[in-house]
Each structure stands twice: as C-alpha cells, then as structure tokens.
Design a binder for this molecule. Structure first.
Ligand code: NAD
Length: 236
C-alpha cells in the first residue's frame, strides 16, 4: 500500500459531491481529500477538509486526482488546472459540449483521464445486454426512457446516450424520452418493440453512492497511470 491518494473533489456541495465526501470520510478508499471545490462554499473548513470557491481554483494545494461531478460550465477551468498540474482527472459531469469533449481528448495526451456517463456496475452490464438485444432484434423499434429528479439539467441523460450508443453498435436507431419527477436518482428503460411482442431492459439506481463509490475506486486506480483516455472497465 502506498500513500493515500490525494483527491480534489470538484462540485463538492452538490448531490454527488456530498456523497463523495461522506464516502471518503467513511474510508471507502484509502484517500485524503486535500481540497473541496464548489461555486460558493459556505465554510472554509468542514470536517478537516479545506473548501475553495471556483474562483480560487488556481490556489488549491497539490493533488493526485481530481474527481469532478459538477456542471459543464465548471469543467473547462478544472481540465486546465489538471493539465497544468499534470494531475489525473475522473469526471462524471454530463451535458458536455462537443468542444469540451475535444478538449478532453487533447488533454488525454498529457494526463490520465477517465470520463464516464455512469459509474455503476449495473449500467455497464445494461450496455452489454442492450448491444446484444439490438443485434438479435433487427428491425425492431428501440426506445430509451430515462427518469431523473427534477433538478437534473441535461436531457437525455448522459447514461441514456451511452446506452443508446450501445444500441447503435448493435444496429438499432434509438429514440429518447426524458421524465423529470420528484427525487428519482436515475432509471433507464430500454424497450425493443416488434410485432406482437416487446423486450424491456431496465436499470434503477436507488442510491447515488453506487456512482460515488465507482468514481472513487476509479480515482484510486488512475493515480500514476500513463496519460490517456482510460475506460472504467480498464480500472475496476
Ligand atoms: P448538483 O447540482 O447537485 O451539484 C453541482 C455542483 O457543481 C455544486 O457543488 C456546485 O457548487 C458546483 N458548481 C456549479 N457551478 C460551478 C462552477 N462554475 N465551478 C465550480 N463548481 C461549480 O449536481 P449533481 O446532481 O451532484 O450532479 C453533478 C453532475 O454529475 C451532473 O452533470 C450529473 O448529470 C452528473 N452525474 C453523473 C453520474 C455518473 O455516474 N457519471 C451520476 C450522477 C450525476
């Protein structure tokens, strides 16, 4: 065992950020949170973790990996910081633009980087099942219905698009529908409809800890890797 991995948590005051900080405090991975960054922190130090405002990003202490669950507008400055510091980046922020994806691809030439639309094991399996079903059910309609809490900003969800890409690899042309209701953590239904029959594959996340845990394990395994665009399955 080496030294604990030094983490910067970006988007720390959000739903995901709070789950990440709690799991770190509970010792889910061997880590030390050296900085928590949010748009406007309410306090300077919380449970021994120093907090920084987005405008103070340049002044954060040295870190090994940034774990980012924030918003697209916050992504660019963090990517630039990771490049400048030669630090690794794990990001689950969805709704990124094509230009931001391109910037990420360029950064992967310099730093180890992992972006994933979904950090749960169940969705990784769902993607494989969807690709198989799409291959076998040629000519069937394919519809992806995703449901999330009312605060979610992007639609369709990043996970729906990733699952849709799996359907496309199998030859389907998926259509998307998005529901925003109550406090739903995340549900993805993939429906293949033929004549007189229907196949439904569904994943339901009931707790965001599954995403936070996956991201923290990925972060602890990304430290010290070669620069490049890593995939979740390479690390977990
Ligand atoms: P949230 O709205 O609860 O939190 C957003 C956080 O970003 C807050 O801490 C806020 O202060 C911070 N922020 C906003 N603007 C900022 C800026 N300019 N600079 C720095 N920080 C800024 O959101 P959430 O529900 O925690 O989700 C965050 C992101 O993670 C979303 O894109 C969501 O879709 C995504 N997500 C991904 C997964 C996955 O497995 N990949 C799972 C859940 C959520």
């Amino acid at each position: 065992m080496g030294d604990p991995v030094r983490l910067l948590i970006h988007g720390a005051s959000g739903r995901m950020g709070r789950a990440l900080l709690r799991l770190c405090a509970e010792g889910a991975v061997d880590c030390s949170v050296v900085a928590a960054v949010s748009r406007r922190p309410a306090q300077r130090v919380v449970d021994g973790v120093p907090w920084f405002a987005a405008s103070e990003l340049a002044g954060v202490p040295a870190f090994d990996v940034a774990v980012d669950f924030s918003l697209p507008e916050a992504f660019g400055p963090l990517l630039a910081l990771c490049r400048q510091r030669r630090a690794a980046l794990v990001s689950g922020t969805t709704g990124l633009s094509d230009a931001q994806r391109q910037a990420m691809a360029e950064a992967a030439g310099e730093i180890p980087l992992l972006w994933a639309a979904n950090f749960s094991l169940g969705v990784a399996v769902l993607e494989e099942l969807v690709e198989r079903a799409a291959t076998a059910l040629e000519g069937w309609d394919c519809d992806i219905v995703e449901s999330h809490h009312v605060h979610k900003q992007d639609a369709p969800s990043g996970t729906a698009l990733a699952v849709g890409a799996a359907a496309e690899r199998g030859g389907s042309t998926p259509r998307y529908a998005s529901l925003r209701a109550g406090d739903i953590v995340g549900e993805h239904l993939v429906q293949f409809t033929g004549t007189g029959e229907r196949v439904e594959l569904v994943h339901r996340a009931t707790n965001r800890d599954v995403f936070a845990r996956g991201a923290l394990h990925a972060a602890s395994r990304l430290r010290g890797r070669q620069p490049g665009a890593w995939r979740l399955r390479d690390l977990l």
